[in-house]
Design a protein around this ligand. Structure first.
Ligand code: FE2
Length: 408
């Protein structure tokens, strides 16, 4: 009788790492596979992997140095039946990163000004993989906003705090352009070079802190966030649509964030709409405030707080809708809901190891970079890929009422 090969397994991370976050599992590849090849998985292994992403939010496969960059884009179709197949650049020379394979060469600092390289399949010799090219064009995109925390927080950490190893979230977000392209189901990140730097202390309100690896990617679950809301807040959230600003990242380019990276601290630095790159309301996105988990049906509070513009909330009894468009009030409401989750027990901080391949549920989590690495000589090299979807996020609510879009 032939020896039965071990199938793919999913092992939730230790409870002291997961805490109350509901996030984190390791994927052990089947015996027949050393480097991850999503298209070579059996039907059953694919099912197990897909369900694990929706249930655990972040999956890590260790020891993946040597995978082809194409694997990162192949991952999208495992989780998203409607993932787009072609990189956007073939259709249009615009700077819409969602459908590209992106390699991030963090030359200075993961929170500094990284250089982004788009893989176009023709380049050769980029550090870390000979299939990619050093001549690959550096592309500007919204992630270029990722400056050191001192440039984005309204009240940045002091030099002394940075010397003592303090760090903060930069900006909590989903990978979502919020214009034209819909956010992908999964984002994948592969760590090729990881600096050896002492742990840092992630700062929370009321003087709390949490040790994290320097440069850790931070996550919280929209499902955990939803659980922490009062019944009234849950009802409000389930009946509310979030309208994002046109060209949202450009709109907030001069704005400053709250210390926890959840929102914009004060009003006044937003770019006037008539100074933004060309746009129209048809392409500006509005999403439900609560998204239904594609794999298990759970509700996830999913708000990209720094980019919100207005809310449309519907009374579940009368069906009457009200638009809240005072931006300060809109931000206050979103912040009051999301800040409930920002506590050490709810934050999962991925400790990068060389070779890690991480896949995360982009439509069920919020994530942020952290870390101050600029004082250290070691560099970091990672690849990241997020493919746009054709599927609108599905609203989770009890009434079935969801207003798709607001014109304006
Ligand atoms: Fe991101």
């Amino acid at each position: 009788m032939p020896h039965k090969k071990a199938a793919l397994r999913v092992v939730p991370l230790d409870t002291h790492v997961r805490k109350s976050s509901q996030i984190g599992a390791e994927v052990i590849l089947p015996d027949s596979m050393t480097l991850f090849a999503p298209q070579a998985l059996t039907e059953n292994d694919t099912h197990v992997l897909r369900q694990a992403l929706f249930d655990h939010g972040v999956l890590v496969i260790r020891g993946q140095l040597g995978i082809a960059p194409q694997v990162l884009s192949d991952i999208a179709s495992v989780f998203d039946p409607q993932a787009k197949k072609r990189p956007f650049w073939r259709q249009n020379a615009g700077h819409r990163f969602q459908e590209h394979i992106i390699t991030k060469q963090l030359l200075e600092d993961p929170t500094g000004t990284p250089s982004y390289y788009y893989w176009k399949g023709r380049c050769r010799g980029l550090r870390g993989n000979p299939a990619l090219g050093t001549e690959t064009p550096v592309v500007t995109m919204h992630n270029k906003l990722l400056q050191d925390q001192s440039s984005f927080h309204e009240h940045p950490l002091s030099d002394d705090e940075i010397k003592r190893g303090c760090t903060r979230p930069y900006r909590w977000h989903m990978d979502a352009p919020l214009y034209e392209s819909l956010p992908g189901f999964a984002t994948s990140i592969h760590a090729i070079e990881v600096p050896h730097v002492p742990d840092q202390q992630l700062q929370f309100p009321d003087g709390k802190s949490m040790p994290v690896a320097a440069g850790a990617t931070l996550f919280f679950s929209g499902a955990r966030n939803f659980e922490l809301l009062s019944p009234e807040e849950q009802e409000f959230a389930c009946n509310t649509t979030v309208q994002y600003a046109p060209r949202a990242y450009e709109w907030i380019r001069n704005c400053k964030a709250s210390a926890d990276g959840l929102t914009i601290e004060s009003l006044g630095q937003e770019k006037p709409f008539n100074e933004l790159l060309e746009w129209n309301w048809e392409e500006v996105q509005a999403f439900p405030m609560v998204w239904k988990n594609y794999g298990n049906g759970k509700p996830h509070l999913q708000i990209l707080g720094c980019c919100v513009y207005s809310l449309t909330t519907t009374d579940p009894v009368t069906g009457k809708s009200v638009v809240i468009d005072d931006i300060q009030e809109v931000r206050r409401i979103c912040y009051s809901l999301q800040s409930k989750v920002y506590a050490p027990e709810n934050i999962f901080a991925h400790r990068w190891e060389q070779g890690d391949l991480v896949m995360f549920h982009n439509r069920g989590l919020l994530h942020s970079i952290s870390g101050q690495l600029s004082h250290y000589p070691d560099k970091r090299l990672m690849w990241q890929c997020s493919m746009a979807s054709r599927a609108l996020p599905e609203a989770y609510n009890t009434t079935g009422i969801w207003i798709d879009k607001r014109g304006g």
